[in-house]
Design a protein around this ligand. Structure first.
Ligand SMILES: [Fe+2]
Length: 237
């Protein structure tokens, strides 16, 4: 997983912090050769997952919001059997903030977006799903329609999540991984936001869709979101 730091000073600071905690890195931060360039370093966490921290990576000039095209990777959800340990690591070492905890997930942020990562209580580590943000609700529906016409019908949704208040539609991609289109992600006011607890969310929202429109995820979608390496490949063609 690659994380973008604000600048080279932030990269150096994180490297010093990780080194001070005894976390092995791949050496001092350096200029990165290869596509995008930048300045950074890599490290491996206690679960053996590889990370990179970098700054000053080249930015494409065509990333403006256009129609139903995703304009950024909104969030990833990772399965974990050590959700609180991971939350502590991302908060205390990498500098993320905790937005909400529910019975199923912890949501953390590194920008005004309500969450950039969530940890799902599950067997792990594995990828639950990755979400791509589109400009708005209409773009999400248009994108979902295009996916359907191309043979990738929505597997869960369309709905609006509780934590993050984001509109969602979930799909399989050709390899059976779960991907999501999302829009209207809640923007957090750092001075006013109060981290929600599982008890709070059990009272606020019934189920994962505020609208009550989306049927529950199918067993196959749940299986793939669970990171089951034995999950059948999806027959989509
Ligand atoms: Fe999601």
């Amino acid at each position: 997983m690659n994380f973008s730091a604000q600048d080279s000073a932030a990269v150096d600071g994180l490297h010093a912090k990780l080194s001070g905690l005894g976390i092995t890195t791949d050496g001092d931060p350096k200029n990165i050769s290869g596509p995008g360039g930048g300045y950074g370093f890599g490290f491996t966490d206690r679960d053996g997952l590889n990370y990179a921290i970098s700054s000053d990576v080249a930015v494409h000039s065509d990333t403006e919001m256009v129609g139903d095209r995703p304009f950024k990777l909104s969030h990833v959800v990772l399965n974990s059997d050590k959700v609180e340990d991971q939350t502590d690591f991302y908060r205390d070492v990498l500098g993320f903030r905790v937005s909400d905890r529910t019975e199923r997930m912890n949501f953390i942020r590194c920008s005004p977006d309500h969450h950039s990562i969530a940890f799902a209580h599950n067997e792990g580590p594995s990828l639950n799903h990755a979400a791509f943000e589109v400009p708005d609700f209409d773009a999400l529906m248009t994108g979902a329609g295009r996916m359907k016409q191309k043979g990738f019908p929505v597997q869960w949704g369309v709905g609006r999540h509780g934590p993050g208040n984001n509109v969602f539609g979930y799909f399989f991609e050709p390899n059976g991984m779960v991907i999501e289109y999302t829009a209207e992600v809640e923007q957090v006011d750092e001075d006013a936001y109060i981290t929600g607890t599982p008890e709070d969310w059990a009272k606020r929202v019934q189920g994962p869709d505020r609208w009550g429109f989306a049927d529950p995820p199918t067993p196959l979608l749940r299986q793939c979101m669970g990171g089951d390496p034995q999950a059948p490949q999806v027959d989509i063609f």
